[in-house]
Ligand binder design. Sequence first.
Ligand SMILES: Cc1cc2nc3c(=O)[nH]c(=O)nc-3n(C[C@H](O)[C@H](O)[C@H](O)COP(=O)(O)OP(=O)(O)OC[C@H]3O[C@@H](n4cnc5c(N)ncnc54)[C@H](O)[C@@H]3O)c2cc1C
Length: 364
Amino acid sequence: MTLGIIGAGPAGSFLGAKIGWDKSIIFDGKPKIGSPIQCTGIITDSIYRVIDEIPDNVIVNHIDTFRIFAPDGKSIDVDLDKENIILHRGKFDQHIAKLAKDNGTPIKLNHQLKGWKKKNNKYRLLFTNGKHHDVDYLVGADGPHSIVAKKANMYGEREILPGIQARVRIKKQSQKFDKNVTQILFGLGEFSWIVPESSTIARIGIIGKNTKHFNLKKAFDNLAEPYKHLEYQSGQIPMYNPKQKLQQDNIALIGDAATQVKATTYGGITYGMLSATYLGDQWEGYEKKFNSKLGKDLWISLKMREVLNKFSEKECDELLEIFRKEGNKEILEKMDRNFPSKFILKLLMKETKLWKYGFKLFRK
Ligand SMILES: Cc1cc2nc3c(=O)[nH]c(=O)nc-3n(C[C@H](O)[C@H](O)[C@H](O)COP(=O)(O)OP(=O)(O)OC[C@H]3O[C@@H](n4cnc5c(N)ncnc54)[C@H](O)[C@@H]3O)c2cc1C
């Protein structure tokens, strides 16, 4: 049986690295893996649930503190129990692609899928370069606008958000970044960040939607304007859809193609790779396994996002003060934001003031 994987991002390549089938092959439309970069590359140590090690040259920095600023300018420092990792996202994708090749899964670049014809239970994949390839099974790991999902009628109702990011350098010494501190601007857009690579270089970005009162590009310009822009790394991020179909006939979706992104901080690398391991372990029952292992956490993140999107600036200020309190901050310091089910209940039990925000879920 032949498996065709569309997309050599972390999800597709990691599936290629895990799959034990006789013949699997990855196709990507790009000429080079990992380029252009459209990601901040910050991950928690839960990546080590997925992969044994990450080579040193792929890791740019470590983060030990999240400094969260409220709209009123006050901040709290959340000292992480376990450091976050800042990846060189281009090198990371190339590393995972090498694992796929080492596992016997070749990668064909410059192969942009445009569709397929189904004949005798086989998919004849058609590429824009005029080539074709026959496979028995097909996986869409082709990002948020997945053509596999669209052609298989599995795209569903998905919302895709723009994320604007620049890699910047300071212009003067007084702008120096704390090398191991990520800054979060709570209440600005849906999520905004300054993630340092070093004390002089950082990745600055923001995700959100334009509204009557908010202009994403303007907010980004304000945030990044003081620095010298080295490179733009903007991209698009799908909002998790709990009703997303993951598997149908001999087709499956993983990663951003399957909206497997947490809606709180819009990270998708670890989820996409976890879902690749589930599918790589066993084709049958992948959707069920994914939903039982990660569905709850993605759903909680989605609900947290729905609540946060209804916060006024004053409520953002208030929430930060609640998090500042002894006991609450400790819970945040120990949490792994990929798995909110592990800490949300603890937090709600400890801090009943948080309950009132839950009612926002029912407010239009
Ligand atoms: C600004 C920004 C910042 C982010 N920051 C973080 C972060 O800090 N941490 C984190 O965990 N996540 C972050 N994300 C999300 C993260 O980048 C994605 O979740 C992750 O890249 C998903 O991996 P993937 O393999 O599913 O898809 P992708 O990485 O998008 O890879 C899809 C691949 O499919 C290929 N492809 C697409 N269409 C076709 C086609 N028709 N034919 C052939 N090939 C095709 C593409 O060329 C691409 O190589 C960020 C996203 C953005 C936009």
